[in-house]
Ligand binder design. Structure first.
Ligand SMILES: Nc1nc2c(ncn2[C@@H]2O[C@H](COP(=O)(O)OP(=O)(O)OP(=O)(O)O)[C@@H](O)[C@H]2O)c(=O)[nH]1
Ligand SMILES: [Mg+2]
Length: 324
């Protein structure tokens, strides 16, 4: 089988071949047209083998302790017999150098473990920072038999809310700030989180953590949460004194049980598939826009007219759409 043959990747992934798993994700992330065509067929071929994992998203400001937390959680899960895949969306890896190696080494204990697969992905430029192929990569690791998938995303741009649309459980890892505890907490995150954990609850930080916990509990009472069947808990944790992973995991399991009991688990996944479809439609339309010379030539002209109020946004959009 050649590398042009989708079966090369499909069979490799299904046989749980790690090298081919990495190669498949690289193929999926490629923006070359010939790769895109193969990658579509690979995903189609793997879809029947997906869906079997617990999908967990973890967000938090840079330095909140996400990677350290995930390393502890992952280590615990592997001991319990799980196979854990970690997809880290790395906004800094767009820059030369980036922190890919940084993250890999920070999860040093896990990198070498045979039941874990760690994949840092560049965030790409689309979707405000989310790796545009994160969802596809998640499906690929599921097909390779990983039964827990953890997606780490830095709280910048829209990446937080986009990841929420692809996972079963979304954890916001926070740190207690000096003074106003709610400072820097973007409203959008609390609204999509299934649990909030205030991290670094250790050493001299304890008082601040307790205050932050109280403020967040108050804030959560005023927020419309993702599901009527689940009230997102606020807890505290620390990777230094190693408490938190088990508590968080038990919450994830309790959440899943409740969502399945109320039929919301399947419903959420179905809605997420539809959202994914539309995200792909938008992406496809946008690239067709840019590839279509008569439209791409018009974009700067129409943008200028709209910005100067010479034409309405809807008229400009209509003019471009009519050319498609
Ligand atoms: N005191 C304390 N420090 C921690 C804890 N968890 C992580 N740290 C430290 O915080 C720093 C950042 O940790 P990371 O795990 O790399 O944080 P991150 O959120 O993954 O960071 P980015 O990926 O850069 O956004 C490191 O120096 C860790 O040693 C904790 O529970 N308590
Ligand atoms: Mg990290």
């Amino acid at each position: 089988m050649t590398q042009q043959d989708p079966q090369y990747y499909i069979q490799g992934v299904l046989k749980k071949n790690r090298r081919l798993l990495s190669q498949t994700i690289t193929l999926i992330e490629s923006s070359l047209e010939e790769h895109k065509a193969i990658s579509k067929k690979v995903i189609e071929g793997l879809i029947p083998y997906t869906g079997g994992s617990i999908r967990l998203g973890i967000t938090g400001v840079p330095g909140a302790g996400k990677s350290t937390f995930i390393e502890n959680l992952g280590t615990m899960l592997v001991k319990k017999g799980h196979k854990v895949a970690i997809l880290a969306i790395d906004p800094s890896s767009n820059r030369a150098g980036g922190s890919i190696l940084g993250d890999k080494t920070r999860m040093g204990k896990l990198v070498s473990h045979e039941d874990t697969f760690i994949r840092p992905s560049p965030s790409g430029l689309s979707l405000g920072g989310v790796g545009s192929k994160t969802r596809e990569s998640m499906l690929v690791v599921e097909a390779a038999g990983y039964d827990v998938v953890i997606i780490e995303t830095v709280g910048v741009g829209q990446s937080e809310t986009s990841v929420a649309t692809m996972v079963d459980f979304y954890l916001a890892l926070m740190i207690a700030g000096a003074g106003d505890e709610l400072q820097g907490i973007k409203k959008g995150v609390l609204e999509v989180a299934d649990a909030i954990a205030i991290n670094k609850a250790d050493g001299e930080n304890m008082d601040q953590v307790a205050r932050a916990k109280h403020s967040l509990e108050m804030a959560m009472q005023m927020i419309m949460t993702p599901s009527f069947a689940w009230r997102p808990p606020v807890l505290s944790c620390s990777s230094v004194i190693k408490n938190g992973s088990l508590e968080v995991w038990n919450i994830v399991l309790a959440h899943q049980k409740e969502m399945k009991r109320t039929g919301q688990f399947e419903q959420k996944r179905r809605e997420q598939s539809i959202e994914w479809m539309w995200a792909l439609v938008k992406e496809g339309l946008k690239s067709r826009f840019n590839e279509n010379e008569s439209i791409s030539g018009l974009i700067p002209f129409l943008s200028k007219k709209v910005s100067e109020d010479l034409i309405s946004p809807s008229a400009a959009a209509g003019e471009m759409l009519a050319l498609l």
